[in-house]
Design a protein around this ligand. Sequence first.
Ligand code: 13P
Ligand code: SF4
Length: 350
Amino acid sequence: MNITEEIQARVIDNLDYAFPAKPKPLSEPERAAYIARIEQLLKEKNAVLVAHYYTDPEIQALAEATGGCVSDSLEMARFGANHEADTLIVAGVKFMGETAKILTPNKTVLMPTLEATCSLDIGCPIEEFSAFCDEHPDRTVVVYANTSAAVKARADWVVTSSIALDIVDHLDANGEKILWGPDKHLGNYIQKQTGADMIMWQGACVVHDEFKTKALEDLKRVYPEAAILVHPESPAQVVEMADAVGSTSQLIKASQELPNETFIVATDRGIFYKMQQLSPEKHFIEAPTAGSGATCRSCAHCPWMAMNGLVAIAEALEHGGASHEIHVDPQLAERAMKPLQRMLNFKKNS
Ligand code: 13P
Ligand code: SF4
């Protein structure tokens, strides 16, 4: 182990996930009142709701009903950047809000809570990651979007899971050697698919890291006709069992296109809302997070995505301020914009 590998191991081993409390459940009349209030506030503030597929179904439904967007992290970035609203309210996790702010510095970017983080972001602090990069100056630094603005600013490219394979393939064809961070499972999957020369930061997603092969094999025996859909943030042995591997939007597409009637889905269960909406006749089952070695810290639902509730959205729109508004240091944003823009341009040109 060299010095930065040791630092990495220390960072990853000592991570302490203090999982946040979920929003308090609302009664039906309360829900209806909050939805009506949010609809009114969106109009008053010329704001648009941009939600990730992992948020709770009622948040996704509200984004759709109000002309907002429900999508993967790449499309969230695009939608926010191209929309004419003065204010973006981003229901997701913090890196999604920061990405929106970096791409549209003149807009007000609000989030239901600024405490909705991501284990990949937490597990990749800028000082240690920067030291890792400094040790490998010959490598092109490619970072996943699930990182802080500072880590993005240190990178040559930012990618999301729906575009990572194409970009790494392109860099590999150019003869570039890659330093990848932070998700080790996604990095290993891309390395296997492209054959690129990659070294990895050792981060992991607390949700996808929990999927278990043994329990998945048992479930597959119960539903032998089911297709298995897996997000590549999952461990390699789980990915190997998949009929389709991909980003959230790619998995949704696979659920529509594959002929199977039943699907076992290894990603956050929030995605079932869109899958079921697009294929009402199909049957979707959560991949198991139980079994040997399981802690069920996540149980297939990102604890930070779960923080995006109606009360917090209404409060963010009504009051904004320090607990809701995203700010990114302008100099950092300028540097982070370059690798982000590279990703958006790459997709446009491909
Ligand atoms: P997507 O880029 O596929 O939306 O995934 C984001 C994410 O956080 C997955 O856990
Ligand atoms: Fe991060 Fe995992 Fe939550 Fe996605 S599901 S936001 S990678 S912790």
